[in-house]
Design a protein around this ligand. Sequence first.
Ligand SMILES: *[C@@H]1O[C@H](CO)[C@@H](O)[C@H](O)[C@H]1NC(C)=O
Ligand SMILES: *[C@@H]1O[C@H](CO)[C@@H](O)[C@H](O)[C@H]1NC(C)=O
Ligand SMILES: *[C@@H]1O[C@H](CO)[C@@H](O)[C@H](O)[C@H]1NC(C)=O
Ligand SMILES: *[C@@H]1O[C@H](CO)[C@@H](O)[C@H](O)[C@H]1NC(C)=O
Ligand SMILES: *[C@@H]1O[C@H](CO)[C@@H](O)[C@H](O)[C@H]1NC(C)=O
Ligand SMILES: *[C@@H]1O[C@H](CO)[C@@H](O)[C@H](O)[C@H]1NC(C)=O
Length: 390
Amino acid sequence: MKLTSVPNILVISLFIYSQFVHGLEDCRSGMFPPKGPTFKGNVSWYTVNLDLPPSERWTQVIKDKNTELFTMVQTIKDIAKGFFHGKLIDLVDEELPLIVDTLPHPFNEEIKGIAAVSGIPLGEITLFNIFYEVFTVCTSLVAEDLNGNIYHARNLDFGLFMGWDRQNKTWTLTEKLKPLVVNVNFERNNKTVFKSTNFAGYVGMLTGVRPGELTLTMNERFNFDGGYIGILEWIFGKRDGMWMGFLTRKVLENATSYEDAKAQLSLTKLLAPAYFILGGNRTGQGCVITRTRINTLDIWELDLELGRWYVLETNYDHWEAPMILDDRRTPAMKCMNQTTQAKISLSSIYDVLSTKPVLNKLTTYTTLMEVSTGTLESYIRDCPNPCTPW
Ligand SMILES: *[C@@H]1O[C@H](CO)[C@@H](O)[C@H](O)[C@H]1NC(C)=O
Ligand SMILES: *[C@@H]1O[C@H](CO)[C@@H](O)[C@H](O)[C@H]1NC(C)=O
Ligand SMILES: *[C@@H]1O[C@H](CO)[C@@H](O)[C@H](O)[C@H]1NC(C)=O
Ligand SMILES: *[C@@H]1O[C@H](CO)[C@@H](O)[C@H](O)[C@H]1NC(C)=O
Ligand SMILES: *[C@@H]1O[C@H](CO)[C@@H](O)[C@H](O)[C@H]1NC(C)=O
Ligand SMILES: *[C@@H]1O[C@H](CO)[C@@H](O)[C@H](O)[C@H]1NC(C)=O
């Protein structure tokens, strides 16, 4: 019996559809402070001292998370073995260690340091760093309240449909990733430069705040404009774009203002398309930057006069309809609209991000940020049944 026969497709479609119907729900309320079955735990804090040589910066994080990192890398390898009769893994072990030296400073040295402390082969740590660039789907939003406070929040959904564990009805990769989530305070001269929520072992950034100045998240923009050709080109020697997570890190570490960040995120050539969601510290400063590898297609900004007091991005261009089987945008916007600008706060945004299918089986963590206070809070999430698989 072929899996692609018409009756099978019908059954599979009905199954997926039923999962969605069961998983949808009214906007949640009263979820904050986080509690109950959708809250799996707090995220612990680490300090990374940027005054140290790059190879020594992550030592404490890696020492604490070594077992979990090892398990995760093993799982990724097992998945990668399925591709090209295991040739992909040979490539990882033989070629990626050489490629580390072509990565820009300080990322090359940081990755080498992580490999040395963890005892995990350099090529595999490098693969792990590439993996995040490719397998995240997310919901991010920036909103302004009536007093001009800017909030920025996100759900990070990781794993992109890999390794469904039938017994536990969860995604294996997503579950293995949860113990690796850490909050990091990046310091220079003993002072915070920026804060982020990170995966131990990954040196790029997906979520972060420069207190008093800006907030930034990145969402995947997959299957557009040649997708990951740029990453393959880079592996095979054509290296004229920047890794997306490295650019976000560079902006969080060194940008001097919202405008500077916006310029860097719009103008730097990338290895793959992406969405950058940026918040500033003044009224009207919040935008979604839609990127191709080369260009910026669109910058969608807050505009209070037009009644646009929030911008919200999942993984589809905001001017197009989302894919019908992955519409997290409509439910999230419905709940934002119901909340209203007068009631927006970290707590009410947490409610929005706790509503299925914005919260789903792939959701790893929820982060809440407020630029003026420099707040960054992250919570590990669970989505017990009934819940949509993504
Ligand atoms: C998470 O942190 C909060 C505040 O520090 C604390 O009240 C709560 O008990 C913690 N929850 C868990 C599950 O650790
Ligand atoms: C399901 O979860 C339990 C407890 O977390 C774990 O021991 C078990 O290995 C999981 N099942 C599979 C098939 O991974
Ligand atoms: C940072 O603080 C520690 C202890 O509080 C101190 O020993 C060190 O000299 C300080 N470093 C800098 C660069 O100020
Ligand atoms: C930020 O700027 C400092 C000083 O120029 C530089 O050493 C550092 O590598 C930069 N950080 C990143 C991530 O590019
Ligand atoms: C906003 O950021 C700019 C650029 O970093 C800074 O000069 C300004 O003081 C900040 N404004 C507030 C209100 O913090
Ligand atoms: C939410 O409100 C905006 C602005 O009024 C509107 O364009 C959008 O269609 C609304 N979305 C939903 C899902 O209610």
